[in-house]
Design a binder for this molecule. Structure first.
Ligand SMILES: [Zn+2]
Length: 276
């Protein structure tokens, strides 16, 4: 049975044994896994969680607010928070690795991110990869979506096996600086599955989110009532993810949409990936 099929059964609350499904969850920051797909984590028994960044920006603004005196200390604090949240989902010794790109800088390293993901997929041979969508919400999320897409394209090019890729929603803008959380940018060609969380699942997810004390203000914007999933659509990274101004264009996260496009096109050239 394909992992997509299994996932659909799980979403429909059918009795599926996920013990044998090798899953890799690839997220940009420690907390994206819980915000995006926290309710599913307790079902995934054979899951490796990969973070592309260390969650600690170079500018130290958030680190200092959290009482940390170094970038490394803040990264460690965020990792400890994430492990606590995974413990609550039944992962007593979670299998987590970080690619350790600096937070807010993954999009400056798109070929590097992509090649590291190729290496991981070749080594771990996951059947299913859970990943960010291309949303224009945070440049590191888009860099992660690009990395997963590019890795699969490179593996296909070499006739190597590729995993199914299922996406979780994080956030995007509505064309102004208003945030839309836990929902994908509407795409009439891609079916979206919305998981309604039971009261028990909502309570557990709330507790998991509370573990991220350093992110408390940001995470208050996210719902615990539902999560959206979909099969990764066929992207064209030479285009922006939606019309109008992207959410991160309103913030000082070191990236603008025009710069992102230049970087994505350059990375596709370097990795010899044609349009779509
Ligand atoms: Zn994030």
């Amino acid at each position: 049975m394909s992992s997509k099929h299994k996932l659909r059964q799980l979403i429909k609350n059918e009795n599926v044994n996920f013990d044998d499904l090798r899953t890799m969850l690839i997220a940009a920051h420690p907390d994206d896994e819980v915000v995006g797909i926290g309710s599913l984590l307790r079902y995934l028994k054979n899951v490796q969680i990969v973070h592309v960044t260390d969650g600690s920006p170079r500018n130290m603004i958030d680190a200092i607010k959290s009482g940390c005196t170094s970038r490394q200390a803040y990264a460690k604090k965020r990792r400890v928070e994430m492990i606590s949240a995974l413990n609550l989902a039944g992962h007593k010794s979670p299998d987590c690795i970080s690619l350790e790109f600096i937070d807010q800088e993954a999009s400056l390293n798109l070929p590097g991110v992509s090649l590291r993901i190729v290496e991981l997929i070749e080594r771990m041979k996951p059947q299913l990869v859970l990943a960010h969508a291309y949303e224009g919400g945070h440049p590191d999320h888009d860099a992660t979506a690009f990395g997963v897409w590019a890795a699969c394209r490179m593996l296909q090019r070499e006739n190597k096996q590729t995993p199914d890729v299922v996406e979780f929603a994080s956030y995007h803008g509505n064309g102004s600086n208003q945030i839309i959380t836990n929902r994908f940018i509407p795409d009439e060609n891609t079916e979206v599955v919305e998981i309604k969380l039971s009261n028990m699942e909502q309570n557990l997810k709330k507790q998991m989110i509370e573990c991220f004390r350093t992110q408390r203000d940001v995470l208050s914007e996210f719902t615990v009532k539902y999560e959206q999933l979909r099969n990764a659509p066929s992207y064209d990274f030479s285009l922006l993810p939606h019309e109008g101004t992207l959410y991160y264009d309103y913030y000082h996260w070191g990236m603008s949409s025009s710069r992102w496009l230049r970087l994505a096109n350059e990375a596709m050239r370097v990795l010899r990936l044609g349009e779509n």
